[in-house]
Design a protein around this ligand. Structure first.
Ligand code: GLU
Length: 158
């Protein structure tokens, strides 16, 4: 069963990455096959994902540190759609790079949504069901300009 952690705050002494990784460590007991984080930075979203244990992710983050951020999300995945690879690990970023999504469970109608998105020219970077949610959200946000509204309209389609 996956683990999801999100953090945003205004205390500059806390980094979102530390909070998110701390949360993911506390959720490790649930079991997982890959892990990833995405942070919001002044230069946009940055993301690191690795198959395997959290230690692989933290090693990658030590080798190539991410910029400071006070807003981030993280995920430990238990694969249902697509194998446990770096690309299939969450988060998934929608076209345009403005939204990153983590998700627990199965999107039962993902195949028809994916076919519809591919027909509209969307390119997929993973085999997951989750990635359809990222692209749908990115498109709804671009069209509506309001993230909460976009999330509600996308949730009705999943
Ligand atoms: N169905 C999603 C996937 O395979 C989420 C799995 C989970 O709950 O960790 O990526």
């Amino acid at each position: 069963m996956c683990g999801i952690v999100g953090y945003t705050g205004s205390n500059p002494e806390l980094t979102a990455l530390d909070v998110v990784l701390g949360g993911l460590r506390r959720l490790e007991y649930r079991g997982y096959d890959s892990a990833g984080v995405a942070l919001h930075t002044p230069d946009g979203l940055v993301m690191v994902k690795r198959s395997g244990k959290l230690a692989r992710l933290t090693e990658a983050l030590e080798d190539a540190p991410l910029p400071h951020s006070v807003t981030g999300i993280g995920h430990t995945r238990w694969a249902t759609h697509g194998g446990p690879t770096d690309d299939n690990a969450h988060p998934h970023i929608g076209t345009g790079g403005d939204v990153a999504v983590v998700h627990n469970g199965i999107i039962e109608n993902f195949a028809e949504l994916k076919a519809e998105l591919i027909e509209q020219g969307v390119e997929f970077a993973s085999q997951t069901d989750t990635e359809v949610a990222a692209h749908l959200l990115a498109r709804a946000y671009a069209a509506e300009g309001d993230l909460a509204e976009a999330m509600c309209s996308v949730a009705r389609r999943l």
